[in-house]
Design a protein around this ligand. Sequence first.
Ligand SMILES: [Zn+2]
Length: 185
Amino acid sequence: MSCWPPLDDLKVHTVRARGDSFLKYTAVNQVTIDNALLSKAIDLATANVANGQRPFGALLVDGEEIVTQAVNEAARSNDPTDHAEIVAIRHATSLLNADCLDALTLYASCEPCCMCASAILWAGVRRVVFALAREDAHEYGFHDVVGPEISRRLLSAISVTQVRSLDRAAREPFEAWKLRNASDS
Ligand SMILES: [Zn+2]
């Protein structure tokens, strides 16, 4: 499990929102809430590996409320566009019945690729928070079709934050992926 902020800093309670039950986080500051939500995205990525899929998770959040959570589904669907960020965008636009998600923040366990960066812009998302850098994902065999500078240039139009304090936790799903593939061979 990834490292969650101290409970003293975080009031966690369950809310029923938009048909699903999610944890809602009331934090003392944005850094604390960013860490909590990003930790959840990382945990989703780790769980996804245990489910036979790829080590990526994402959340779309309205303030402190999780609107939707998603994982990379490409290994199951054979759809190469089923990255966690895009799956989250599809869920959220469907749930909200809207094609503009400009009130939402995207939390991603790994820095978005160029395809997801484009989708994030098209969806109108204005803020992205991520943990592991693309270059670090490359170590585990996940390469962009183009260099990460393309996605960074695209996302330079909006607010992007990398939470480096979660770097170690962000490697956990990738380490699980590496271990699983080693045991498969
Ligand atoms: Zn992507």
